[in-house]
Design a protein around this ligand. Structure first.
Ligand code: ADP
Length: 162
């Protein structure tokens, strides 16, 4: 894959992705919110691929969060200089033993909720490779019945301050 790297305005990318899932969230009766992103540094990344990453994560959050749930998206600079982009939901969650599994292509974990949602099982595997080709890492923090937070961490060399 050829990367097209540019200075990205995280606020703009996040807003664009939120606009794309707003209608779906509304039909699913889940609330969407953005953490304030003022002061967020720029990022050297591939804008189209960054959007694919965030859109996949937001789409999953909408799919796996029952009505009245909440989805938040945000970005913050970590103490070690990494830039973390995250999508958090209050949905059905993923069992700890299933986390390595859902990162593999074509895998979905069995649950009545999953079966009621058609999917390819490719989304997270794609998000992982789209992150890794940009030097970022992906991690999933989840608790069944409570929710899921997926974080993508970009190394400090890609963070453009000032
Ligand atoms: P798909 O959404 O097409 O099934 P993904 O690779 O995006 O494929 O996700 C794989 C599986 O991981 C899903 O089928 C679901 O079981 C689980 N999953 C992904 N995101 C979430 C989430 N936000 N909350 C709960 N489960 C999730």
């Amino acid at each position: 894959m050829d990367l097209s790297e540019d200075k990205i305005d995280i606020g703009e990318v996040v807003n664009a992705c939120m606009r794309m899932v707003r209608e779906r969230a509304k039909s699913a009766q889940v609330f969407l919110s953005i953490e304030p992103l003022n002061g967020c540094p720029g990022l050297l990344a591939d804008e189209r691929r960054l959007k694919q990453i965030l859109l996949n994560l937001l789409s999953n959050a909408v799919k796996f969060t029952p009505p009245d749930g909440h989805i938040r998206i945000g970005a913050n600079e970590e103490a070690n200089g990494e830039l973390r982009l995250w999508v958090e939901d209050t949905g059905i969650g993923i069992a700890p033993e299933d986390i390595p599994l859902v990162l593999k292509p074509f895998s979905q974990v069995a649950s009545s909720h999953t079966r009621s949602h058609e999917g390819t099982g490719l989304g997270l595997a794609l998000v992982k490779s789209l992150s890794e080709i940009q030097g970022a890492t992906l991690d999933i923090d989840s608790a069944p019945g409570k929710g899921t937070t997926v974080s993508v961490r970009f190394p400090s060399e890609r963070v453009l301050r000032g």
